[in-house]
Design a protein around this ligand. Structure first.
Ligand code: AGP
Length: 614
């Protein structure tokens, strides 16, 4: 969603802000702006569209200074425009605010403020912050004026979510920050301090970071940083050392972040397993649940959105198969508005790459309110969902910049395999020998993924070029590869804008078969499995109706060669691990089709990397 960068220090602030905003582009945005405080004057530059427009504007009209705020906006209230771009100001042009989130009571606040003479310049909810702070400052006695106190009292009147940055001409050298449900971090440099929505924005300057929690505020100035609660109680916060290098968040020599991240998967899977694989058990360091608690679980509920939901569907399959307890999988936005059956005998697993997805965050709060223990599978250290969970299994995929999730997905699957073996050993549904077999096969998977990437990349690029003109695709899978059919279809549609649908192959006769003709390629997952013969039958059904079949098959399978038009061979593995392999060619197929079409692969239209609003 929106991106925030703030800086106070000795460097040229517009350079720091623009560089930081560029590293937040992946969050999706439609306008951008910066504000610099210099000699008690606020200079603002804002533009609609891509950041390059803003950079050009600053080149033509430079804004010298050492303190400022920057923002990339993803419109929620008020159309994308220069007027609605942040930063926003008060009536006297003395206060600047940047914000990510939604002020739920902004209309009533705006009415009240306008009745008291405030003039608004934008359609945004954010602008109410500037006028509320102005009003609080006006109420203060001159000798006791405090920007921090004005912001704190203004926040008391706001209902909603915010990551907020504020500065004022009356308090030069000071930035006030606050966070409630929208991520915000504080960066600690050498005589320079930062705020940002996410780590990549400041990695070029510092790796020492404080993650603000809900209801916390920060005061930054040249001397340092102070953290308090909304009740003005000072707080000591842990400083986290980020191990990602700045280049890790760069594209390296790949054309797109997404392609780089597809090829990073062997490392991401390996890193997610690292230090967690024992000979016949799994070690989960952040798992705060005791073995007794794990033994009393009677049901698992998995909640997630999008690609993470597909990971949850795979999780259902493996937990039910290996641990023999019932698993429900819910799309988080559905879970939170139905009446789920949750008790203290339920274990809720929240899966989220960003750790900030609003619906998933709301889902775990509802689950906890009903007595459920919550564990999260998350890729962003210190993000909201893990901080509100009882235990966390962090995936170690590194920053995933491409909006379409790839390495985070396979890392989520890896975390689910780890947790399933861990749970199965705790509940004795997986014995020592079975655990040894599973773990030794897990150890092979990063290498097998690397083999697929090496052997099939060129084939898929060539195949994709012959399929980029089609308007519709159908993806079919069975069992543990039905969720992979869904994920393969999502990858294609979200980056190439081609309509694609994933379906359980057994459902063909119940509807989708009516769609089959020579204009609709069908991607089938026909690797070795207990339903292999069934999916061969599905391939024949498609061919009998002039359909074109692209099939994923297991190396050495001569049978499928007689039936499919295009075959991608994959190394053999246990059926239960096959989903970690079958998704790889589908990611590449989607990527090369989208790239062939000239789509904006890393930042597809209308999409954001982290959906922090409903
Ligand atoms: C996947 O490619 C999409 N970017 C999207 O569906 C994403 O998986 C979904 O928004 C959930 O995000 P999260 O994993 O950060 O919670």
């Amino acid at each position: 969603m929106c991106g925030i960068v703030g800086y106070v220090g000795y460097q040229d602030v517009s350079t720091v802000l623009l560089d930081g905003l560029k590293r937040l582009e992946y969050r999706g945005y439609d306008s951008a702006g910066i504000a610099v405080l210099n000699n008690n004057i606020i200079e603002v530059r804002r533009s609609k569209g891509k950041l390059n427009n803003l950079e050009e504007m600053v080149k033509v009209q430079p804004v010298p200074g050492n303190i400022g705020l920057g923002h990339t906006r993803w419109a929620t209230h008020g159309r994308p425009s220069e007027e609605n771009a942040h930063p926003h100001r008060d009536c006297k042009n003395e206060i600047i605010v940047v914000h990510n989130g939604i002020v739920e009571n902004y209309l009533s606040l705006k009415d009240e403020l306008q009745l008291r003479g405030h003039v608004f310049a934008s359609e945004t909810d954010t602008e109410v912050f500037a006028h509320l702070i102005e009003e609080e400052l006006d109420r203060q006695k001159t000798e006791k004026e405090s920007l921090y106190e004005a912001v704190r009292l203004a926040l008391k009147r706001v209902r909603g979510t915010y990551a907020l940055g504020v500065l004022s001409t009356k308090f030069p050298g000071q930035i006030i920050a606050a966070r409630n449900d929208s991520p915000l971090i504080v960066g600690l440099g050498e005589n320079e301090y930062f705020i940002a929505s996410d780590v990549p924005a400041i990695l070029n300057h510092t790796r020492d970071v404080i993650f603000l929690d809900n209801g916390e505020m920060a005061v930054l100035n040249q001397e340092g940083v102070k953290i308090t609660t909304l009740e003005a109680v000072e707080k000591e916060k842990a400083v986290v050392k980020i191990t990602w290098s700045a280049t890790q968040a760069e594209k390296a020599d790949y054309k797109h972040f997404m392609l780089k991240e597809i090829f990073e998967q062997p490392t991401a899977i390996e890193d997610t397993m690292r230090t967690r694989l024992g000979e016949d058990n799994i070690h989960l360091e952040e798992m705060e649940l005791s073995l007794d608690q794990l033994k009393t679980i009677e049901k698992v509920t998995i909640i997630a959105c999008g690609t993470s939901w597909h990971a949850g569907l795979v999780g259902k399959f493996i937990i039910e198969e290996l641990v023999r307890i019932p698993v429900e999988v819910d799309i988080a936005s559905e879970f939170r508005y139905r009446s789920p059956i949750i008790s203290d005998k339920t274990l809720t697993i929240a899966i989220s790459q960003s750790g900030e997805t609003a619906d998933t965050l709301a889902g775990i709060r509802q689950a906890k309110a009903n007595g459920s223990k919550v564990i999260s599978i998350c890729n962003v250290l210190g993000s909201s969902i893990p901080r509100e969970s009882d235990g966390t299994i962090y995936t170690h995929a590194g920053p995933e910049i491409g909006v379409a999730s790839t390495k985070a997905f396979t890392s989520q699957l890896t975390a689910l395999y780890l947790f399933t073996i861990y749970l199965g050993r705790a509940r004795d549904t997986i014995g020592v020998e079975r655990a040894k077999d599973l773990i030794s096969e897990l150890r092979r998977l990063p290498h097998l993924v690397g083999e697929i990437l090496k052997k099939e990349d060129a084939n898929l690029k060539k195949l994709a070029h012959g399929f980029s003109h089609y308007k519709d695709f159908l993806y079919l899978g069975r069992g543990i590869n039905y969720p992979i059919a869904l994920e393969g279809a999502l990858k294609l549609k979200e980056i190439s804008y081609i309509h694609a649908e994933g379906y359980p192959a057994g459902e063909m006769k119940h509807g989708p078969i009516a769609l089959i003709d020579e204009d609709m390629p069908v991607v089938t997952i026909a690797v070795r499995s207990k339903t292999y013969e069934k999916i061969l039958g599905n391939i024949e059904e498609v061919k009998a109706r002039d359909g074109i079949v692209i099939t994923l098959a297991t190396e050495g399978d001569a049978e499928v060669t007689k039936k499919a038009d295009h075959i991608i061979y994959l190394p053999d593995t246990m059926e239960i691990f096959s989903s970690l392999l079958t998704i790889i060619p589908l990611q590449l197929l989607a990527y090369y089709i989208a790239d062939r079409k000239g789509c904006d692969v890393d930042q597809p239209r209308n999409l954001a990397k982290s959906v922090t609003v409903e």
